[in-house]
Design a protein around this ligand. Structure first.
Ligand SMILES: NC(=O)c1ccc[n+]([C@@H]2O[C@H](COP(=O)([O-])OP(=O)(O)OC[C@H]3O[C@@H](n4cnc5c(N)ncnc54)[C@H](O)[C@@H]3O)[C@@H](O)[C@H]2O)c1
Length: 312
């Protein structure tokens, strides 16, 4: 079975590609390398350096004829979506339509789409399930949601199966120091450079962090399960930024005093997603705790062989 993965040189998709290769899928990546890196791409996968908005995408589908498409490529920077909403919408909405047209024309069996907790905006109730109202706070939140409608329409009109996965805040190895949910990557980077951590707001804002390997696993499971459903993919664990800094302090073995700056427009105050539906229908369960995932991430960037122990 052949899977075309968009954004395959990026943070999340490169982990998906690794898991697919492990499971002996044939993998094709389409990535314009705007933020992704060639060295992230598994050597057993084929990389096409192409933009998802390009008409050349048709030629790739024509040559490769993928069975499945896992769509991860996107403009992921919330702040850039505010300063340049045209670009954000062009990549995230028009790019997805271009992909859908090719899925339709070349008989793809199923599309798995990376959506985001950003579509919900600030929660009306504590643990956000898939039925929570949609109220994005940024152009990015809008441009991740609009493709969900297109995907459902292509299912109704052309029988293209889909699974939509709305991720909470993803972190882990290969994450770059910008973009959505990048707070852990930014903090780890600053810690390793011995620079101060900056917190926007008072640090009481909460996030539901999930390790990238659990997200990759959910995508692979979505090839087999959850047809024509929308799922949150999260740990369903609320942690505030000050608590996160507390865990990092324990790993570092000394207190960390961040610099507090004013809250930024477009940022969500609280985010915790229910993962009940994914647990029951995707045959998936998150396996990596935040402490374990942070240790693995820090060790990776320190290029250590062994996990450093927590000091508590
Ligand atoms: N990181 C998170 O916490 C998070 C949370 C929710 C949803 N998501 C979604 O997950 C997906 C992957 O995000 P990521 O964090 O791995 O980001 P990333 O920037 O590391 O990966 C995106 C990849 O897409 C490529 N790309 C961007 N625009 C492209 C284009 N026009 N044509 C071809 N390739 C293009 C980039 O070069 C990059 O390799 C995105 O769809 C994002 O919206 C991420």
């Amino acid at each position: 079975m052949k899977v075309l993965v968009t954004g395959g040189a990026g943070f999340i998709a490169s982990h998906i590609v690794d898991k697919l290769i492990e499971q002996e899928f044939e993998v094709i990546c389409v990535d314009n390398l705007s933020s992704g890196k060639k060295e992230n791409v598994n050597p057993k996968a084929v990389l096409y350096e192409e933009d998802i908005t390009s008409t050349q995408l048709r030629d790739i589908f024509d040559v490769e004829k993928p069975d499945y498409v896992i769509h991860q490529a996107a403009q992921i920077d919330v702040q850039r979506s505010i300063t340049d909403p045209n670009h954000d919408a062009y990549i995230n909405i028009i790019g997805t339509i271009n992909l859908l047209e090719n899925c339709k024309n070349f008989g793809v069996k199923k599309l798995v789409y990376a959506s985001s907790a950003a579509v919900y905006g600030n929660p009306n109730y504590d643990v956000v399930d898939e039925l929570h109202p949609i109220a994005p706070l940024s152009p990015y939140g809008i441009s991740k949601y609009v493709p969900e409608f297109y995907i459902k329409t292509y299912n109704h009109a052309f029988d293209l199966n889909y699974t939509i996965l709305r991720y909470s805040n993803v972190y882990g190895i290969r994450q770059v120091v910008k973009g959505e949910g990048g707070v852990i990557a930014i903090f780890v980077d600053k810690l390793l450079k011995n620079e101060p951590l900056v917190v926007y707001g008072d640090g009481s804002q909460t996030r539901d962090f999930i390790n990238v390997s659990d997200i990759a696993e959910a995508n692979v499971q979505a090839l087999h399960y959850g047809d024509n459903h929308v799922f949150n993919v999260s740990r369903n664990e609320k942690i505030n930024i000050n608590e996160l800094i507390g865990i990092l302090s324990k790993i570092k073995g000394e207190p960390i005093s961040p610099i507090y700056k004013p809250f930024r427009a477009g940022d969500i105050l609280h985010s915790c997603l229910s993962n009940e539906k994914a647990l029951s229908l995707l045959n998936w369960v998150p396996k990596v705790s935040l402490e374990e995932g942070l240790l693995k991430t820090i060790n990776y960037y320190q290029k250590k062989e062994e996990l450093i122990p927590l000091s508590y």
